[in-house]
Structures are given as C-alpha cells and as structure tokens.
Design a protein around this ligand. Structure first.
Ligand code: ADP
Length: 259
C-alpha cells in the first residue's frame, strides 16, 4: 500500500458520440476525503465524465474503479447500474433534482432515506420488521434535517421553500443516500456571486465526511476552496494539481484561463 487512499479511479476512460470523442482516455484518481474541482471550457466533457462515473451513460472504453464504504482496493463498477452505484456510495446532486415539490421537506428527506435502506435490507425482510425500520428511518430523517438546518421548516412544502432552503434540501436529499463520493454538477448555476459562495460553503460544511467532485464555473472560488483541481480540455485531462499549481500551469493558461 502507498500513502494515498484512492476512492475513485478511472483508467483510459473513453466516451464517443458517433465520431465525436467527448471523453478522451481520462485517468482520474480521487483521494478519499478530498475536495476536487473539475474545470474546463464549455464542451470540455465535464458533464459527460460525471455521467460515466454515475452510470447515466455507458462507457465506450476504459474502466471505473470505486472503493466504496470500506478501505479496500477499488473494484470495477464500470458495468453496474446507476442504482447500484448509489447503493455503493456514489451520490449525485443538483442537475438531477430529486425533490418532490408537492411534498414537505421532511417527507422528501424520509423518502430519500427509505430508498437506500429498502434496497439494502430487501423488501421481504422490511415487511417483517416494519416498526424497527420506521423508527430508524424517522431518526435518520431528523438527524439529516438538523444537519442541513431545516428543522424549523420541516413541515413546509418543498415548492414553498425560499431559495437557500431549497439548496439545503437538495444537499439533505443527497446526504440521505449516505454517499461516500458526491458528484456536484454546477450546484450554483444561475446564482449570484454571494449565493454561489454561500452554497459552496454550505456543501463543504455539511458534506464533511464525503469525497467531493465539483463542477463549478467560478474559478476564483474553485481556487480558494478546492484541495485539488483537474482541468479538462477537448475531453482530455489537461492538468491536475493544487490551486497554486493550476494557477501557474502554462498549458492551463493557454487553453483556458486566457493567459
Ligand atoms: P461540459 O460539461 O464540459 O460543458 P459536456 O460533457 O456537456 O461538456 O459535453 C462535451 C461534448 O460532448 C460537447 O461537445 C457536447 O455537445 C457533446 N455531447 C454531450 N452529450 C452528448 C450526446 N448525448 N450526444 C452527442 N454529443 C454529446
């Protein structure tokens, strides 16, 4: 064993749409617990890479390895369904909203908690222990509401939430699936500079035990908050490193930061 503890590793990952190569032999490795940002110009392949990791899209070539909940060596997840990847600990938020607008905040969190638990213990088993499960799910739901700061609006309908509380609920719903790795695809799309900062800081404060992979356009904020940054360009991994290393990388400046 070496001194890093990888949670996710992609090897020679390729995605083609017809003739077009959106992901071009990407070798990405995330260390457990780190906050990694993924940046690159529009069309660089950031969302496609997320879709491959979450299983929303099948790969053309290459492998994806994920270590999951234990500290064992990562195992291949390349052909697993999206649902199985969620169960193993890959959570995804924001561009795919999992919120039911007509349900209350508490109901939304409880549904998310239930969705993972039911898969883990099996429907038949859950039928034989309904009261146990009910108490556990209710307790976990309250714990999450508290963690994201939504106890006071737990009975409010999701559609009626203020903007910031809606963001909190989205984070709560991700947290409810008990993820090890969270893929955050532009959680701040359409937000002001202040809202963007608040949202990223909230994510960092709530998802403290998780490894985070973030797509974010506010480069200043990315530089300030990330542990490490990976830069995609034309589907290829152009550079990787600490914010300081990325800021002073000539290839990144030429391709992306505009000199
Ligand atoms: P980014 O998230 O960095 O802006 P994307 O991953 O969304 O980039 O897109 C990368 C490239 O792949 C773009 O040129 C886009 O048009 C293309 N692309 C993405 N999805 C598809 C698809 N389903 N079919 C064809 N081309 C696609």
């Amino acid at each position: 064993p070496n001194n890093t503890d990888p949670i996710l590793r992609t090897e020679g990952l390729v995605k083609r749409f017809g003739e077009f190569t959106a992901t071009d032999h990407v070798d990405l490795e995330l260390e457990r617990g780190e906050f990694r940002s993924l940046i690159g110009p529009n069309g660089a392949g950031k969302t496609t890479l997320f879709n491959l990791i979450s299983g929303a899209l099948p790969v053309t070539d290459g492998e994806i390895y994920f270590a999951g909940r234990d500290d064992e060596e990562p195992t291949a997840i390349t052909s697993l369904s999206p649902a199985e990847r969620v169960r193993r600990g890959i959570g995804r938020s924001f561009q795919i909203s999992n919120i039911f607008g007509g349900l209350s905040v508490r109901e939304n969190v409880r549904l998310a908690v239930q969705s993972v638990n039911r898969e883990e213990i099996g429907l038949l088993e859950s039928l034989f222990r309904p009261t146990d499960r009910y108490d556990e799910i209710a307790a976990e739901t309250e714990r999450i509401l508290e963690r994201v700061g939504l106890e006071s609006v737990a009975d409010v309908t999701a559609n009626a939430l203020a903007y910031g509380d809606r963001r909190r609920l989205e984070i709560g719903v991700v947290l409810a699936t008990d993820p090890e790795l969270v893929l955050l695809d532009e959680p701040t799309a359409g937000m002001s500079v202040d809202e963007t900062r608040e949202t990223i800081e909230l994510i960092q404060n709530v998802l403290v035990d998780q490894t985070l992979l973030l797509i974010e356009h506010d480069i200043e904020l990315v530089m300030e908050l990330s542990d490490r940054i990976s830069v995609l360009n034309h589907g290829e991994l152009l550079a990787e490193g600490t914010p300081n290393q990325i800021a002073s990388n000539q290839a990144v400046q030429d391709a992306y930061l505009g000199g």
